[in-house]
Design a protein around this ligand. Structure first.
Ligand SMILES: Nc1nc2c(c(=O)[nH]1)N[C@H]1C(S)=C(S)[C@@H](COP(=O)(O)OP(=O)(O)OC[C@H]3O[C@@H](n4cnc5c(=O)[nH]c(N)nc54)[C@H](O)[C@@H]3O)O[C@H]1N2
Ligand SMILES: Nc1nc2c(c(=O)[nH]1)N[C@H]1C(S)=C(S)[C@@H](COP(=O)(O)OP(=O)(O)OC[C@H]3O[C@@H](n4cnc5c(=O)[nH]c(N)nc54)[C@H](O)[C@@H]3O)O[C@H]1N2
Ligand code: SF4
Ligand SMILES: [Mo]
Length: 893
């Protein structure tokens, strides 16, 4: 019990006296692969990080993001104490304020006037407490999570087909299948360790086939035998076509269907009425797809955001499940539908009931029997009988004043929600917004009345569930910084202060976990599948030492494969096929908005970059927000490579770097989601995304908005680098960390009168000595700010996008004198070029030189020569592309 104390006893503080410590087994906080990590504190407060060879998810591998975790735990921008309107306040006052503001709103306007918006990056224990507080005690179901933007369509699809939200397969199935279909998943960049497992399995068994279904070519399509570049949003039509072919070619598993499936006839009739031409795929491609799929028994179909983030997302999921159910290809080794989860605890959040329509342990809020059991177990004073507001509706209610108090925990909705501009406006007008985060330097935290410092990865303790239902421990390896507290502790503290002392009297995460496990036993008695009751009596020390395990875990230990016996969790215990019809994306292209805007991820950044943005290594792969556009469209708009493009629609405007590539379909533009008001204000892509939602799941269609596009003509373009932090104020800028400090790309609509003054202002170095090279006729300006004979900051400007060796400038900053203004390395120092392999820091020029000089012909040879691609392997597709682009080498004897 910590009520009275401002600083809880049980959290050791990070102090100046840091010593190296023993290695701790924990789990990566990024994607849903859920890799095991061995983290060892060093004497400087940092961590060295390695893949855990004993963790079943990764068997020792890590991707570039996981490998760089040690570069993200510094305290530079950490929030170390609560702040109210920017001013530090004590924990007692802060927690009292949250309790009072929420209680006041509830008293005056009822329980539905408050809301929590939480995250799939919370630990299960955090999530459990948040959910219990809102649904059991405040008495509203207004708790929703960023998983609404991520997994909600899969949850809805699973529940419709299986009667439960359960992923049947395991990672081994991806290695033992004979055909892997990836639908709307860029596994190579987003689940890199799984991708490496798949690539290794395919290398070992070349007969294994891979098909990718994605409107654009990606790093993932590089290992595919067939790439189906379908029209955006047409997945239902594609899988309806497949189902109709399954029937036509007599490939139904009739005995299985008769015994275990309902809805078959209607689903088939709807599929047969479909029209595959809307996919835009050629007949030979469609036939090849059906040939391989139907001809291969062991098929795994992976699906991700290209499926979920759609106004027909739930139907897309069910269209895929239909094909697996009709052929009985589910619940057996090497086959089945496989939704890969995005966030580290997306799955745990679904299990613990983080969504507004769920209760803990796969129980439904709208089911009276389920509600009663949970009410009894929690001894809850009031429970809502209906689902709460889903994310998009929740923020609408914030905007129109129905929600008076909002608590945002572990997510950055001012950047990641569709119509992000309106989301920010809504938060501004809300009576009371509290944000719990690691830092107050996020677009969302800047809008909060009160910010609370949470402990982050490496400091917190609890459990997460990965894509294959494996529950793993995250363990603390570093002491908490400042007065930061665990999310569960903050929530429980508020619960107590709101008046529910006994219900929130937790002292350890293990205690919360035991309670949750006990509740799952009751859920199992109601016929639910999520059952970890075998762990309800786990001791604190066993909880600390808990090894990864896949649920269900009953008193008899872990049990086998889900749905193996054909029993599902619907009322009839049958799997359900659904009758589905293709629908176009909700936003229609028009002469005013002729382009479809597709959005997604890059390899080395995580969402809004609050952590990966701190790593210079990760910043090297892609340093700016960009727009992938087809060469034909680029020509039409008069765009050349590295130009800037302006995208717009009624919600907002965005300026991005152009990347001209036939990976994109004509008419479609792809842009990444990672940049923010902190890193590139014109790159916040969700300002352009329309908040159309799937009618069943409420998930927004983040991948199919429409925009106008024009060339953005700046008067000058620049590259700036400094050893110290700076914040540009040009019309376009993108700021990032570099090995020697900070770097920025710039573009501006006004030529400065004095370039040296411009540089001094930009870098905040008013009195610095400046050396410059100016060529007014060409419009070129290069300015170096110098201290002790060394360049501390430098600005390169030109009327065209600046071509110079950025790697060289960054490497020499703080070392070289004014000769750095040449912008190129001397002949004795070859420029490594943009980093391709982030783990071993190998640049593109180094790789191309080695390919040419040493006659390298394979990714493996590049690995042997330079190490590139041998650590996490995320860059192997790029290495293969570099090889493919080189002229064919004579085979060396
Ligand atoms: N590096 C990195 N990895 C991550 C994350 C990250 O931020 N960075 N985030 C994690 C999270 S939370 C998530 S949810 C996952 C997401 O992982 P993914 O879903 O693999 O990633 P996305 O890039 O969002 O989208 C995947 C693909 O969907 C395609 N797509 C768009 N529209 C359609 C369509 O109509 N049909 C089909 N078939 N495809 C379409 C896009 O072109 C894109 O290539 O990644 C996780 N891993
Ligand atoms: N257009 C478009 N929009 C999208 C998507 C897309 O593909 N396209 N994808 C959607 C998807 S799938 C997702 S999952 C979302 C992700 O979007 P967000 O959840 O908004 O992104 P993050 O940057 O991961 O935000 C996590 C925040 O929590 C903080 N944090 C980290 N650890 C902790 C902790 O332990 N405790 C607390 N309290 N805070 C912590 C971080 O500093 C950060 O500010 O974006 C969605 N938005
Ligand atoms: S694949 Fe990479 S980001 Fe995902 S869990 Fe593993 S190390 Fe972390
Ligand atoms: Mo996600």
């Amino acid at each position: 019990m910590m009520d009275g104390a401002d600083l809880p006893r049980h959290i050791p503080r990070r102090s100046a006296n840091i010593s190296a410590g023993p290695t701790v087994c924990t789990t990566c906080p990024y994607c849903g692969v859920g890799c095991g990590v061995l983290a060892t504190p060093d004497a400087t407060g940092g961590l060295t990080v390695k893949g855990d060879p004993n963790h079943p998810a990764n068997l020792g591998r890590l991707c570039s993001k996981g490998s760089a975790l040690g570069e993200t735990t510094d305290l530079g921008d950490r929030l170390l104490e609560p702040k109210f309107k920017g001013q530090p306040i004590g924990w007692n006052d802060a927690l009292d304020m949250v309790a009072r503001k929420f209680n006041d709103a509830i008293e005056a306007h009822g329980p539905d006037s408050v809301a929590f918006y939480v995250s799939g990056q919370l630990l299960t224990e955090d999530y459990y407490v948040a959910n219990k507080l809102m649904k059991g005690f405040i008495g509203s179901a207004n708790i929703d999570t960023n998983s609404r933007l991520c997994m909600a369509s899969t949850v809805a699809g699973h529940k419709r087909a299986f009667g439960t939200d359960t992923v049947p397969g395991t990672y081994e199935d991806l290695e033992t299948c004979d055909l892997l279909v990836l639908v709307g998943s860029n596994l190579a960049w987003c689940h890199p360790v799984l991708y490496q497992r798949v690539a290794a399995a395919k290398a070992e068994r070349p007969q294994m086939k891979v098909i990718t279904v994605d409107p654009r070519r990606t790093a993932t399509t590089d290992i595919s035998d067939l790439h189906l570049a379908l029209q955006p949003g047409s997945d239902v039509a594609l899988f309806n076509y497949l189902l109709a072919e399954i029937i036509r070619r007599d490939a139904v598993d009739q005995a299985w269907v008769d015994a275990h499936i309902e809805g078959f006839d209607d689903a088939v009739a709807a599929a047969q009425a479909g029209d595959a031409s809307v996919t835009g795929l050629s007949d030979p491609d469609l036939t090849a797809f059906a040939d391989i799929w139907i001809g291969t028994e062991k098929v795994v179909t992976i699906f991700s955001q290209g499926v979920n983030q759609s106004t027909s997302g739930s139907d897309k999921v069910n269209a895929i499940l239909n094909c697996h159910l009709a052929t009985g290809r589910i619940g057996r080794e090497g086959m089945g539908p496989f939704s890969v989860t995005g966030q580290p605890n997306a799955m745990g959040g679904r299990e613990v009931g983080g969504l507004a329509n769920m209760l803990a342990c796969h129980l439904d809020i709208e089911n009276p029997a389920h509600r009663d059991v949970v009410r009894g177990f929690w001894n809850a004073p009031r429970m809502p009988e209906q689902a709460g507001l889903k994310a998009v509706d929740m923020f609408k209610a914030v905007g129109d004043g129905r929600i008076k108090a909002l608590w945002v925990i572990c997510t950055n909705p001012a950047v990641s929600m569709p119509e992000a501009g309106a989301i920010a406006e809504a938060m501004k007008t809300c009576d009371f917004v509290v944000v719990s985060d690691l830092t107050d330097k996020t677009d969302t935290a800047r809008l909060a009345d009160l910010v609370l410092p949470a402990t982050g990865w490496g400091e917190k303790d609890g459990t997460v569930t990965n894509s294959e239902r494996m529950i793993s421990r995250q363990r603390a390896v570093l002491p908490a910084p400042g007065s930061a507290r665990h999310d569960w502790d903050i929530l429980a503290n508020v619960g107590r202060r709101m008046g529910w002392h006994d219900a929130f009297d937790y002292e350890t995460p293990g205690e919360i976990f035991r309670e949750y496990a006990a509740l799952s036993g009751l859920a199992a008695k109601l016929g639910r599948d999520f059952d970890i009751s075998g762990l309800q009596l786990i001791s604190d020390s066993d909880y600390d030492a808990m090894l990864p395990q896949r649920w269900p875990v009953t008193a008899d230990g872990p049990s086998g494969r889900m749905f193996a016996d054909g029993t599902f969790y619907t009322p009839t215990q049958k799997g359900r096929m659904l009758a589905l019809e293709h629908r176009e994306p909700a936003s229609k292209t028009s002469p005013e908005h002729p382009f479809r805007l597709n959005t997604g991820r890059v390899r080395d950044h995580w969402h809004t970059m609050t952590r990966t943005g701190k790593s210079p290594r990760l910043g090297q792969h892609i340093a700016e927000p960009y727009a992938e556009i087809h060469p034909l469209d680029a020509d039409r708009l008069g765009l050349r490579d590295a130009d800037l493009i302006c995208l717009s629609n009624p919600h907002g405007e965005s300026v991005l770097r152009v990347l001209i590539t036939d990976r994109a379909q004509a008419g479609s533009i792809f842009a990444p989601i990672h940049w923010t008001g902190e890193t590139a204000p014109t790159g916040v892509i969700d300002k352009l995304v329309t908040a159309n939602v799937d009618p069943v799941s409420g998930q927004p269609e983040s991948k199919s908005s429409v925009v106008a596009a024009t060339r953005y003509d700046a008067l000058w373009y620049g590259f700036a680098a400094s050893t110290k932090e700076f914040r540009p104020d040009t019309e376009y800028w993108a700021l990032g960390r570099s090995a020697s400090g900070y770097r920025a790309e710039l573009a501006c609509l006004e030529i400065p009168e004095d370039w040296e003054d411009c540089a001094r202002t930009l870098f905040g170095m008013k009195d610095a000595e400046a050396v410059s090279y100016l060529d007014p006729a060409q419009g070129i300006a290069r300015v170096a700010l110098i201290k002790d004979g060394k360049v501390q900051a430098t600005l390169f400007a030109a009327p065209e996008p600046v071509a110079l060796s950025r790697g060289h400038v960054i490497a020499e900053l703080g070392q070289a004198g004014a000769e750095l203004l040449s912008g190129r390395p001397g002949a004795d120092r070859p420029d490594p070029g943009a980093t391709v392999c982030a783990c071993l820091n190998v640049g593109i020029n180094t790789i191309l030189r080695a390919i040419d000089d040493q006659g390298l012909t394979s990714v493996a040879q590049i690995g042997e020569a330079l190490g590139a691609g041998t650590s996490c392997g995320s860059c192997r597709p790029e290495l293969a592309q570099l090889l493919a682009r080189r002229p064919v080498q004579e085979a060396a004897e």
